[in-house]
Write a protein that binds this ligand. Sequence first.
Ligand SMILES: *Cc1c(COP(=O)(O)O)cnc(C)c1O
Length: 371
Amino acid sequence: MRATIAFPQPRPGILDITPYAGGESSVPGVTRVIKLASNEGALGASPKARQAIVDAAAQAHRYPDGAWTDLREALGRRHGLDPARLVCGAGSDELISFLVRAYAGPGDSIVQSAHGFLMYSIYAKGAGVETHFAPETNLTADVDALLAAVTDTTRLLFLANPNNPTGTILDADSVRRLREGLREDIILVLDSAYAEFVERNDYDPGNALVDSHPNTVMMRTFSKIHGLGGLRVGWLYGPAPIVDVLNRVRGPFNVSSVGLVAATAAIEDVAFQTLAREHNSYWRAWTRERLEAMGLAVTDSSCNFLLTHFSAEGPLTVAAADAYLRGRGLICRRMGGYGLPHALRITIGQADEMHSLVQTLGDFVEGGGRA
Ligand SMILES: *Cc1c(COP(=O)(O)O)cnc(C)c1O
């Protein structure tokens, strides 16, 4: 006879996971909200991608192309990459889960930086894998600290570059030094979700490093500059043996037909990407200048958001600022879950949205934090 258990039990560690909290989209009692909480892309999806979504409706009953052929070819053309070495996912989130599941298990560990993207450690926990967090320097990933955090059990090192939620970036030489200091059996995962927003010529999203190393992969997403977060499409470029492994653990139709056609149209719409990058660059600088003029510290950002710092004490706390903004329909994101209890992450939105944000936050600071 089996012992009687009151109810089914998950695997060890699952109940230790703090579920990822996405940005909220509504405030009770407020009709018009401005959502600057999820880095979604100020201009929405390109008109060509929107048309592709409409056109795809007639074929909604058909299973998607499980090999993602058109999308891989379009990505290959746009980025000069071999389509055979691309894997698509339901968002790059799904690719993180494939990597963790395929290469690590109980007793293994991953390394990420202290204020790095949280999904790495969440998927790791779900697979019984431990995460070692490396301290940062000035809210920036520190190559030496990352290397020092590696142990015998390390299987993967995840680096978001530039990083969410800090917005900070490592140059190509630093990332190369990281790779060269890592054991060869450790996969370096370069998460370049914000690559399109970077405006520095010493940056490599990962293409070059993947080409020169058999143990490095790059992940990208359609959720940020392409404005397709709702459709869940991401992709990975890697060495053939790793691509082969990921294709074995994935579901046969993991990206929807609508997601595939929209992403293909988006990647080909280079003019829209340029527009979105220029919009971001202008409004990021504009907003930062005004936040700093209010006396707020803002971390230098290569992304489509600004990490903004409030006082730990006194009336101008992040809690007071967030409550003040929400009361007026402006939703940004607090970063306590990332170990940044005094910071607010503000996504760059449309022009009128940034005007509202700056006006409202200015009123808050000027009024000495009074509600
Ligand atoms: C937004 C984001 C992702 C992408 O997530 P999707 O699953 O593709 O929507 C990945 N990494 C980082 C660092 C991000 O900020």
